[in-house]
Design a protein around this ligand. Structure first.
Ligand SMILES: Cc1cc2nc3c(=O)[nH]c(=O)nc-3n(C[C@H](O)[C@H](O)[C@H](O)COP(=O)(O)O)c2cc1C
Ligand code: SF4
Ligand code: SF4
Length: 353
């Protein structure tokens, strides 16, 4: 194999281990052919310091897809990443892969590749590879964790894809598999925007700790963005939470639930009662003269409604966090959430490499 690089540096963020596995697979291929590989986990990383690397260096970025975009922690990292001319980079986003019978079903990237590629291009980098990786979906707030057999078979396939991708890039080739789904990705780009400015904050307030919690503090310690606080002797999820799913999947007592019934009721009340009430009030203010059918009115309505909706979600969460101290209320929230039941598995990436 004729190699193009002497060093490879991979920055990764991983909520539940998928992106970490991909980074490790890539590094394994590199070290196997004599390229020096360094992996950097960006959890809680303060300053970005590029190490002194002699010889030609390839830089990789590896992270999950969240809401058709990269997670905020990785996006902020990429925006802060130093400019550098004539350096090659590759981007891998892990997505929600599924397996239906024998068919591997891919996830959808949205702008998870396009946005970082644009940022790196503007910073002077050469983009050598854009590869989505359909590892098992870890979004267990929405669906049960996949069976271990399915997880293992998806992992086997993705390890092969990573190996091929790594060999191609390390030998000076390029691969832009991510561009194949461009029309679909562009179609969901507005959702990515909505998720980034509003959706993720609402979703952050769906986690609760049940009476099974023994206050071990592991979730607080492991959160990559310091989003959990111990308040009133119980984990409290702040708006900083990026829903990476690490805490919920790793809690040794299985005490973290997505409060699904509470969330459905809350969101239903906000959308069906609060939003129409706000709009009525808005148009009844005498000095506001906007045609209610105009685009401007629609945008203002959306911003005002969601802004107030988020305040209500925050207040509701304050209340529920206090009420969770009452055993009866705690049980009510827990047992009306699917995540409480055994059939709703947690997601575990395989340990072996
Ligand atoms: C909040 C959240 C949003 C997600 N959004 C998407 C998405 O837009 N598209 C997709 O294909 N997968 C999506 N997923 C699935 C993850 O990207 C996927 O499971 C990824 O492999 C997890 O990687 P990790 O274990 O490194 O965190 C989402 C998962 C979560 C938790
Ligand atoms: S990891 Fe689980 S048991 Fe430990 S503090 Fe967090 S919720 Fe409680
Ligand atoms: S609170 Fe949990 S889900 Fe949210 S970012 Fe931290 S570890 Fe991830």
């Amino acid at each position: 194999m004729e190699l193009m690089y002497e060093n490879i540096l991979i920055y990764y963020f991983s909520g539940t281990g998928n992106a970490k596995h991909v980074a490790q697979w890539f590094a394994k291929v590199a070290t196997g052919v004599g390229v020096r590989a360094t992996l950097v986990n960006i959890d809680r990383l303060g300053k970005i310091e590029l190490p002194e690397l002699s010889g030609k260096t390839l830089i990789g970025f590896c992270a999950p897809t969240h809401g058709f975009n990269l997670p905020p922690i990785m996006l902020k990292f990429i925006f802060r990443f130093p400019k550098r001319k004539d350096t090659d980079v590759f981007i891998i986003n892990t997505r929600a892969g599924m397996k239906l019978s024998k068919l591997f079903v891919p996830g959808l990237s949205g702008i998870a590749q396009l946005l970082p590629a644009l940022v790196f291009w503007l910073k002077g980098y050469r983009i050598r590879g854009m590869q989505p990786m359909d590892l098992p979906s870890n979004w267990i707030s929405l669906h049960p964790g996949l069976r271990q057999k399915v997880v293992d078979s998806i992992f086997e396939r993705c390890e092969r894809i990573t190996k091929n991708f790594a060999e191609r890039i390390l030998t000076g080739g390029s691969k832009y598999k991510a561009l194949l789904s461009l029309p679909f990705d562009l179609a969901v780009a507005p959702i990515a925007f909505g998720y980034y400015i509003i959706g993720r904050f609402a979703i952050a307030k769906t986690f609760v700790a049940t009476n099974a919690c023994n206050q071990c503090g592991l979730c607080v310690k492991q959160c990559p963005v310091n989003a959990i606080k111990m308040i009133r002797n119980r984990p409290y999820w702040t708006f900083k939470c990026e829903s990476c799913m690490r805490c919920m999947n790793n809690c040794p007592e299985r005490a973290i639930e997505t409060a699904q019934s509470y969330t459905i009721v809350m969101w239903y009340l906000i959308v069906s009662l609060l939003f129409p009430w706000i709009l009525k009030k808005f148009y009844s203010i005498s000095f506001i003269h906007i045609n209610s059918d105009s685009r401007m009115a629609n945008t203002l309505e959306e911003i005002a409604s969601w802004g107030i909706g988020l305040v209500i979600i925050w207040l509701g969460y304050e209340l529920i966090h206090r009420l969770m101290r009452l055993r009866i209320f705690n049980n009510l929230v827990a047992y009306t959430s699917f995540t409480k039941y055994r059939f709703w598995r947690r997601y575990k990436a395989p340990r072996k490499q």
